[in-house]
Design a protein around this ligand. Structure first.
Ligand code: C2E
Ligand code: MG
Ligand code: MG
Ligand code: MG
Length: 281
């Protein structure tokens, strides 16, 4: 294309860059509009307890109902939302929606699952974050003990003192903290004793070939053992097959999340799943 136009590669490259910048700018204004027009929805994915045979928790996963492009996964917009400083608006919507939903499950089920909400580090560090959590709990009536916040190790790299203060306040109120994508971050493990953390979610990359990959088996076993000795609950992410589930169960990791048990679904379908597995009243 560059040659046909009689242009050199450098110009071709800048044209491509321009196109990228244009696309980004378009997405940027679409994203701002999406917040205004409330085009976000929340899907729910079960975290299943293979020992107790019930749904232990549910992870809230945001989607963008784009008017032309259809349902967009967070990979298409979370990073941009962070860069534009819009993540807190989206995050607050997810938090409130998820707490409302979970509170409604608690009205119908004795053993209703906890709700697990992803919090980006930017959202976590933002002023007013604790108040937004408090609001979501008060408005929904969800008990604090039933809320899990999923943070990544990147949170521990930033502002140490503020992180400790916030996590301690959250823990004191009964809220649970899970480390998401565990095993993929760069921070030191010492944060596990310094901060009040309750759960580790083993990253999907360790699980995807766990039946065959001896290194991933060794690492996963080490994480499970560490969880046991530090009294942290361990959840395996991205469990897609029966064999993976069985390997984890045999290795004393009973909590699993992944397509094998259930894909993320809307509130209605998730409730149907709950009726099937957690109805005990
Ligand atoms: P995550 O928190 O690690 O969530 C798990 C992701 O893995 C979800 O992707 C889920 O749909 C997908 N997944 C679950 N089981 C399987 C499986 O068996 N196989 C495969 N291949 N994938 C599986 P999703 O929904 O596209 O979300 C991607 C990421 O976007 C999340 O990763 C999370 O980091 C972020 N995210 C999602 N919702 C929110 C939110 O409300 N706020 C923030 N800040 N981030 C969010
Ligand atoms: Mg997560
Ligand atoms: Mg994860
Ligand atoms: Mg993630």
């Amino acid at each position: 294309k560059a040659k046909a136009n009689g242009k050199n590669n450098f110009q071709f490259f800048t044209a491509e860059m321009d196109e990228k910048a244009l696309k980004r700018r378009a997405l940027e204004s679409e994203l701002r509009l999406a917040i205004e027009k409330q085009q976000f929805i929340v899907h729910y994915q079960a975290i299943f307890d293979t020992e107790k045979n019930h749904i232990y928790a549910s992870e809230a996963l945001v989607r963008w109902q784009h008017p032309e492009k259809g349902l967009l996964s967070p990979f298409h917009f979370i990073e941009l939302a962070e860069e534009l400083g819009l993540i807190a608006d989206i995050g607050e919507f997810v938090l409130n929606t998820a707490c409302d939903c979970a509170a409604s499950w608690h009205k119908s089920f004795d053993n209703a699952p906890s709700i697990s909400v992803n919090i980006s580090s930017m959202q976590f560090q933002r002023d007013g974050f604790l108040e937004s959590i408090e609001n979501a709990l008060n408005k929904s009536g969800l008990p604090a003990e039933k809320l899990i916040l999923e943070i990544t190790e990147s949170v521990f790299i930033e502002n140490d003192q503020k992180t400790i203060t916030q996590l301690t306040k959250l823990a004191d109120s009964g809220i649970k903290i899970a480390i998401d994508d565990f095993g993929t971050g760069y921070s030191s493990l010492s944060y596990l004793k310094k901060f009040p953390v309750n759960k580790l979610k083993i990253d999907r990359s360790f699980i995807s070939d766990i039946e065959h990959n001896h290194e991933n088996q060794a690492l996963t076993k080490a994480i499970i053992a560490m969880g046991q000795s530090l009294k942290l609950e361990v959840i395996a992410e991205g469990v897609e097959t029966r064999d993976q589930m069985q390997w984890l169960k045999d290795s004393e990791c009973a909590l699993i999340q992944g397509y094998w048990f259930a894909k993320p679904s809307d509130h209605e379908d998730f409730k149907t799943l709950l009726f099937k597995h957690n109805l005990r009243r």
